[in-house]
Design a protein around this ligand. Structure first.
Ligand code: XUL
Ligand code: CO
Length: 436
């Protein structure tokens, strides 16, 4: 008897299937733009929501039934849970997973004890990775739950908390390396402020940069040559996080000479909390050559907070996959389901339904985006819109052959710029709908 004995491997059955435990669109072997769907999407299951989420909210405790958990915080329970997690990854057919150090193993009474607990579970994770072939997309450290991090970690006003966080991240990078992780993520949950009057912002940002440089140095020292990711989020739990959106992260990384070592891990619900669409964030990162990975989820338009729901909206997944294809696809990163089943979906089987539905939604998004690209109409329309840059004056400006002086002479001579053409937004949107 295993944890999910009623479920067998989820198979692709095609769009007409009525089987709730089958894929309709995600056929991992189907080749799109020369690459299998499995390699395009690089689906990943997150340990924190799927295996540690209890279904609690600010108004009530957890509702989730997780019969494999014995309710204790023991290392044995954590090891058992890790084996259950791999049964889930394997049956779902997810090639990757992601974790925080404290999701997989309990925090001990001392740092040394926490390290030992982590090692004991990492041992099982390694065994299970070898048994199943499931890989680690990225690891990370939880620098936000424990009360010691109340003022932040790398940006804490308490220097010893900075030191403790450094020790924790050092270990988390080492275990990520040991498990063959394809990357390492920094999400600065409490690296921000609640009150500007008590905050030395410049000092905190310099500390954060110093911390990240130490991480880069340590990765070099141990031979971990995979990308680091910064995951933007504007708020929650702090009022303002320094890594608030893609543009702020890029500016921070550039200012402190960290850009060569970092890419961005973009999350849909974080984008919307920042007042942006995910499409916007993908474009900002992609245009800067820093699109690394995505935390796939969605918010609820009518709820203000980070609800981290599974994305099922085909329009959203099409935008994501179109931007990802446009900027060369996911290579080290993946479509990481940083998403949780809602409080009312409390049975273990709901974990399967949630992942299957969102994997299918992303598979559809990928197929639609690829069809749009193969057809070329959208690209042609965009290209036409910039027609004035293709030759003549526009091409000369792009080639650096002009100055204010020469352009001023030209326009004084002409007297007025050429007439504008319509932006045709409605037509563009209609064309997109033809592919859906
Ligand atoms: C929080 C969030 C994190 C990061 C990893 O909103 O998205 O779970 O993905 O720390
Ligand atoms: Co996330």
């Amino acid at each position: 008897m295993t944890a999910f004995s009623e479920v067998s491997r989820i198979n692709f059955e095609g769009p007409d299937s009525r089987n709730a435990l089958a894929f309709r669109y995600y056929d991992e072997n189907e080749v799109i733009e020369g690459k299998s769907m499995k390699d395009h999407l690089r689906f990943s299951v997150v340990y924190w929501h799927t295996f540690r989420g209890q279904g609690s909210d600010p108004f009530g405790p957890g509702t989730a039934l997780r019969p494999w958990d014995d309710g204790t915080d023991s290392v044995e329970n954590a090891q058992h849970r890790a084996r259950v997690a791999f049964e889930f990854f394997e049956k779902l057919g997810a090639p990757f997973y992601a974790f925080h150090d404290r999701d997989v193993a309990p925090e001990g009474a001392t740092l040394a004890e926490s390290h030992a607990n982590l090692d004991a579970v990492v041992h099982v994770l390694k065994e299970e990775q070898q048994r199943t072939g499931v890989r680690l997309l990225w690891g990370t450290a939880n620098l936000f739950s424990h009360p010691r991090y109340m003022h932040g970690a790398a940006t804490s006003c308490n220097a010893e908390v900075f030191a403790y966080a450094a020790a924790q991240v050092k270990k988390a990078i080492e275990v990520t390396h040991e498990l063959g992780g394809e990357g390492y993520t920094f999400w600065g949950g409490r690296e921000g402020y609640q009150c500007l009057w008590n905050t030395d912002m410049q000092r905190e940002q310099e500390h954060l940069a110093r911390f990240l440089h130490m991480a880069v140095d340590h990765a070099k020292a141990i031979g971990f040559d995979r990308p680091f990711y910064i995951e933007p989020k504007p708020k929650e739990p702090t009022k303002h996080q320094y890594d608030s959106d893609a543009a702020a992260c890029l500016n921070f990384l550039r200012q402190y000479d960290l850009l060569p070592y970092f890419k961005l891990n973009l999350e849909t619900n974080h984008a919307t909390l920042a007042g942006h669409s995910m499409h916007h964030e993908l474009e900002v990162a992609g245009a800067a050559g820093a699109l690394g990975s995505i935390d796939a989820n969605t918010g609820d338009m009518l709820l203000g907070w980070d609800t981290d729901q599974f994305a099922t909206d085909i329009y959203l997944t099409t935008q994501c996959m179109h931007a990802i294809l446009k900027y060369g696809g996911l290579t080290t990163g993946g479509v990481n389901f940083d998403a949780k089943v809602r409080r009312e979906s409390f049975e273990p089987i709901d974990l399967f339904y949630a992942h299957i539905g969102s994997m299918d939604a992303f598979a559809r998004g990928l197929k639609i985006a690829a069809a749009m690209r193969a057809d070329g109409r959208l690209a042609q329309m965009v290209n036409d819109r910039y027609g004035s840059w293709q030759s003549g004056l526009g091409a000369e400006i792009e080639a650096g052959q002009h100055s204010f002086e020469s352009l001023s002479m030209l326009m004084l001579d002409k007297g007025e710029a050429a007439a504008n053409a319509s932006g045709r937004q409605e037509l563009f949107e209609n064309v997109i709908n033809q592919y859906l």
